[in-house]
Write a protein that binds this ligand. Structure first.
Ligand code: COS
Length: 382
């Protein structure tokens, strides 16, 4: 009973070091990264130097072997100061998880080792006509004499062009629908791989998002992850684990906005007193604190399930992603409200946080998709 719901000390220490690093080496650049839509190079270098860029990579491949909760805490702390930067470790986990789940020992050694050394790993599932309906993808891998020939394109790919490696889902037998999809590792240097222009986004402006094109990309069969036809299930299984990192990101954004709003409410005086002294403002802050706490408990509970691969993981990961991102949207919107005119201009970070929060309700499955997933797993709630 004593340890029930109590975060073990090792995670507290991890939070402290991730927070110190984020405040010192990432926060000072967050506004510039957003304002100039530029790659957060300082964050990338600082995270790599500290072993936090792909901390989930097992120690046998040179990583830190951080568990699901450890990765959640790292992402949460980075997102608290700069959401764009927090996508670096999050995407590295997303891109490489199919390899960790289904790769052979040789495949793991081949790509996880350079990932731990700082090469990025992206995830290519979505297409222009296949977003929520992911299995409607048109990208095809056709069997060739030596392996596979890949043709098609993927859309909204985080860190595209910056990452060295890409897990690509492609149809290997269109007649079989979701059962005819397979997963491959594609390298940036493979002939026939190219990238579109940077998307101009509402938020997460420091994170490069591009289309990825495959024009007769020849892949040996050793690029295939798992069995032929198992790709869609692998993609969904991956998201079961990684949607939790989006909840972590949402949590961090919400926490950051909540702290700014609380501090401001004590500094700002109107009608002769701190605006904190108005009950209307206190109620807003109390609601923020309550919702963030609830989202954090749910996210950490999901992370523990991810680590154990519990049967109710699918429900928990969808629930925490949906809940935490909705919380982040409400919290950041209310933080802007508390700061009033100052909140709407970029003297303070809350307008950036509000723009960033929006994406967490959309990517790795819209919150409507999360509700579809939850509705299919209602029996897990008991
Ligand atoms: N784990 C393992 N396998 C899974 C799975 C999971 N969580 N979810 C589905 N599958 C497998 C099942 O094996 C299923 O086959 P069976 O019929 O044998 O059970 C197969 O995949 C097809 O699943 P389903 O019928 O549920 O697929 P749908 O086409 O109905 O799609 C949704 C389901 C909408 C939930 C799915 O397409 C989805 O998550 N879409 C959003 C994609 C997304 O998140 N995109 C964001 C881009 S990544 S940044």
């Amino acid at each position: 009973m004593e340890s029930l719901f109590k975060l073990p000390d090792e995670y507290k220490a991890l939070r402290e070091s991730a927070r110190a690093l984020s405040e010192k080496k990432i926060a000072p650049f967050a506004q510039d990264v957003d304002a100039n839509s530029r790659f957060p190079q300082e964050a990338r270098d600082a995270l790599q130097a500290a072993g936090l860029l792909a901390a989930h990579v097992p120690t046998e491949f040179g990583g830190e072997g951080a568990d699901s909760l450890g990765v959640v805490i790292i992402i949460e702390e980075v997102a608290r100061v700069c959401a764009s930067s927090s996508l670096l470790p999050a995407v590295n986990k997303l891109g490489s998880l199919p390899l960790m789940l289904a790769g052979t020992p040789e495949q793991k050694k081949r790509w996880l080792t350079p990932l731990a050394q700082g090469k990025g790993f992206s995830y290519c599932l979505s297409e222009s006509e296949a977003g929520s309906d992911a299995s409607a993808m048109k990208t095809k891998a056709i069997k060739s004499a030596t392996g596979w020939t890949l043709n098609g394109s993927k859309k909204w790919i985080s860190n595209a062009g910056s990452s060295e490696f890409y897990t690509v889902l492609a149809s290997t037998d269109p007649s079989k629908g979701s059962k005819g999809i397979s997963a491959f590792v594609v390298e940036k240097s493979d002939p026939g791989v190219s990238f579109g222009a940077l998307e101009k986004k509402m938020g997460f402006k420091g994170s490069p998002t591009r289309e990825v094109y495959f024009d007769n990309v020849e892949l040996n069969d050793d690029r295939r992850l798992g069995e032929v036809g198992s790709g869609f299930a692998l993609a969904m299984q991956t998201l079961d684990h990684t949607r939790i990192t989006i909840a972590a990101q949402a949590l961090g954004i919400a926490q950051g906005a909540f702290e700014v709003a609380t501090k401001y409410s004590h500094e700002r005086k109107q009608f002769g007193k701190e605006i904190f002294d108005f009950q209307g403002v206190q109620f807003m802050l109390a609601d923020m604190a309550m919702e963030i706490t609830a989202a954090r408990e749910l996210t950490y509970a999901a992370a523990a399930r991810s680590e154990r691969n519990d049967p109710d993981l699918t429900f928990y990961s969808a629930a925490c992603k949906c809940f935490a991102s909705d919380v982040a949207m409400r919290v950041t919107t209310n933080a802007v409200q508390i700061l009033g005119g100052y909140g709407y201009v970029n003297d303070y970070p809350v307008e950036r946080m509000m723009r960033d929060a929006k994406l967490t309700q959309i990517y790795e499955g819209t919150n409507q998709v999360q509700r579809i997933v939850m509705a299919r797993h209602l029996d897990d709630v008991n």
